[in-house]
Design a protein around this ligand. Structure first.
Ligand SMILES: Nc1nc2c(ncn2[C@@H]2O[C@H](COP(=O)(O)OP(=O)(O)OP(=O)(O)O)[C@@H](O)[C@H]2O)c(=O)[nH]1
Ligand SMILES: [Mg+2]
Length: 202
């Protein structure tokens, strides 16, 4: 089975003082919820974050049913694409589902479908009706994506979409996504208000 990579190296500035990754979302830290949602479709978990976040996050995943690993950003604050690179570099599996720590409604059915679509390709990226590529809710073949990220970063390119164009990638459109899981999967929690609204749904 493939790996799950959870990105948590951001500063949660819209959220406030607290690290949203470990914020208590109706009794379960948000990152732990994300990990739990995908535990049936991955068998390895890699968490990307800064060194200073590690202890607090580690406590929340001690009971995870699969091997877990931390991929610590060598240079913090280089953006989510650098985080994807750091996380994927530490995966044992050939393919990984990369997801942000603030997507607590991630749908395992949808993730499984993205894995299915990845066969024979280097990336599978959902695109919603608004036209945005959901690069932090996507499947990548680890080694080509790491290489593509390294190339982009070397060119001082931090746009998260950029490495994709160096890969053989599949785009899964909203109409297709809707048939394979809930669109709640793509919701992300940035502010305290969004967080409180999410609490009520659990
Ligand atoms: N490794 C790493 N991950 C990041 C970085 N910036 C954002 N991320 C992650 O990318 C995902 C989406 O980012 P945002 O929703 O902007 O989260 P954030 O940056 O922590 O929050 P804001 O400060 O409010 O933008 C989250 O899982 C973040 O943890 C970064 O500089 N490095
Ligand atoms: Mg941010």
């Amino acid at each position: 089975m493939p790996a799950g990579v959870i990105l948590a190296g951001g500063r949660s500035t819209r959220f406030g003082e607290e690290d949203k990754a470990v914020a208590d979302l109706a009794g379960v830290p948000m990152l732990r919820r994300v990990a739990g949602r995908i535990e049936g479709v991955v068998d390895e978990l890699v968490v990307n974050c800064r060194e200073s976040q590690r202890d607090a996050i580690e406590k929340t995943i001690l009971d995870y049913p699969h091997p877990t690993k931390f991929a610590i950003d060598p240079n913090p604050d280089q953006g989510p694409m650098a985080g994807i690179r750091t996380g994927l570099r530490d995966c044992d599996a050939e393919y990984a589902f990369v997801v942000a720590c603030d997507m607590p409604f991630v749908s395992p059915e949808l993730v499984d479908y993205l894995f299915d679509r990845a066969e024979g390709h280097e990336a599978v990226v959902p695109r919603l009706g608004d036209g945005w590529f959901q690069t932090t809710h996507a499947v990548y073949q680890a080694s080509p994506m790491v290489e593509a990220c390294d190339t982009a970063l070397r060119q001082n390119e931090r746009k998260i979409i950029e490495p994709l164009f160096a890969l053989d990638y599949v785009v899964v459109e909203e109409e297709d996504l809707q048939k394979h899981g809930s669109m709640e999967s793509f919701e992300n929690v940035n502010t305290k208000a969004e967080f409180e609204a999410a609490v009520k749904r659990f």
